[in-house]
Design a protein around this ligand. Sequence first.
Ligand SMILES: C[S@@+](CC[C@H](N)C(=O)[O-])C[C@H]1O[C@@H](n2cnc3c(N)ncnc32)[C@H](O)[C@@H]1O
Length: 261
Amino acid sequence: MEEQSVKQCCATFYGSDFARMLLGDSFHPGGTRLTTRLGELLALSPQSHVLDVASGRGASAFHLAESFGCKVIGVDLSEENVRLATADTSQRGMIGKVTFQLGDAERLPFGSETFDAILCECAFCTFPSKPVAAREFCRVLKPGGQLGLSDLTRSEAVIPGLEGLLSWIACIGDALPAERYAATLQEGGFHVSHTEDHSDALVEMVRQIQAKLLGAEIVAGLKKIDLPGVDFATGRQFAQAALQATSNGSLGYVAIAARKP
Ligand SMILES: C[S@@+](CC[C@H](N)C(=O)[O-])C[C@H]1O[C@@H](n2cnc3c(N)ncnc32)[C@H](O)[C@@H]1O
């Protein structure tokens, strides 16, 4: 599939109500707990100006601003996510502290050396050109700026039951081993300072998705809700294959901290 279509498809899925039903507001394993951990690794303070790349519905951007007092800009390719996150800004009393705008991680709409820190959760693996995104991250960071990334890892080239477009949307399609992410960041101009495994958070998330799929299927079966276009059987098989892959170590989740020299 062409790069632009993959990106748009991923953005459309994560802008949908179905994604929110399955994942809640935080679209990554570990939820706000892991976001707090990344905020600590980034040594955020009220003086920090942070960019959240692929900010989704804004849960992490709000969480960082509330927890560390920093100013955050979220950028995402999904118009719907940007609209919904922006609508939440006033409700959360975050006007002036957190803003959202449309943009592509591979062509960030910001000047060079703008930010003290970048957060990028569960999205780097979906970018068709990771080296370009890594260079963009480095460009918009000030010298000495920090990057906190968390992402899916994949050690096998082919994982049975996890191929095709669904795997792209689920961020699995082009996920890499942790060392390959680190190498891509280094080549993009970063010094990788820390890597930690959070695969347990991925197992927990897949189990929650399985439970929610089952619940939605039961409710749809009782004809209480109409979910056109949702193929529960495929979703169920996919979640089962993902769980299998996490238990044999083919899939995992990692947090990486890196610094622009
Ligand atoms: C798995 S979600 C993660 C969202 C958010 N970081 C979180 O953890 O809640 C992936 C997000 O990446 C966004 N996205 C995908 N490709 C993108 C790109 N090239 N540039 C910016 N955002 C992108 C999608 O719209 C989606 O909101």
